[in-house]
Design a protein around this ligand. Structure first.
Ligand code: FE2
Ligand code: FE2
Length: 214
């Protein structure tokens, strides 16, 4: 490697690290208004408020993971069109991240202290998926989005008709996750083997159970 190339590589690493620190420790700014905007705050009793805050902490953690997965996948992919699709989805996921953090604050909750740990694990997973080639990379993306859609539906079911503002936000994010999945399918995603799908569900269950509490 030429000294100049080494310098460029170092610059890219520093830029990536800066992005990660801002993402996890900073306050990402949404480019679009939250889907909850315009929905009035219900009169929540303290138990419902705490429950909704914990569910939104889980969702925020999921969005940290989504950022890491997409960045890992984009870093490992050699295809321009796939990197473009990943970048576009990652941009929308930054809005999800910001909206989730904002809703946690509104509900007087706190974000998960485990976020840096989930970020690192998800980035490694995304990078590994990206190295498997485009069809598997897209397959991993489509399966992730499918599981996120189901997971958000689970949160809507658990909330019931309480907390309209949180519901409006989750429904808005769920619509976009479905669109991310359809984009991956259109680009040629392969269905992952059942064992990989189950392993992903198991990992997600560990993440959601822990981040509901800490
Ligand atoms: Fe998302
Ligand atoms: Fe998504």
């Amino acid at each position: 490697m030429q000294p100049q190339e080494g310098r460029l590589e170092l610059d890219r690493c520093i830029a990536q690290l800066d992005k990660v620190v801002r993402l996890i420790l900073g306050e990402p700014v949404a480019r679009r208004p939250s889907p909850a905007e315009g929905t009035a705050e219900d009169n929540l009793d303290p138990a419902v408020r705490r429950h909704a805050a914990a569910l939104m902490r889980v969702n925020h953690c999921g969005e940290v993971c989504a950022q890491a997965l997409y960045q890992g996948q984009a870093a490992a992919s050699s295809s321009g069109s796939i990197r473009k699709a990943l970048d576009m989805a990652a941009g929308e996921e930054i809005d999800h991240l910001a909206w989730s953090a904002e809703r946690v604050r509104e509900l007087r909750g706190r974000l998960s202290v485990l976020n840096p740990f989930w970020y690192a694990g998800s980035f490694a997973l995304g990078y590994a998926a990206g190295r498997l080639g485009d069809e598997w990379n897209l397959g991993f993306l489509a399966e992730t989005e499918r599981q996120v859609e189901e997971h958000l539906q689970g949160h809507l079911d658990r909330l019931g008709h309480r907390d309209s503002r949180t519901r409006a936000l989750i429904e808005g994010m769920q619509r976009e996750e479905a669109e991310h999945r359809r984009t991956a399918e259109r680009l040629g995603a392969r269905q992952l083997p059942a064992v990989a799908r189950h392993a992903m569900r198991l990992a997600a269950r560990v993440m959601t159970t822990l981040s509901y509490r800490i």
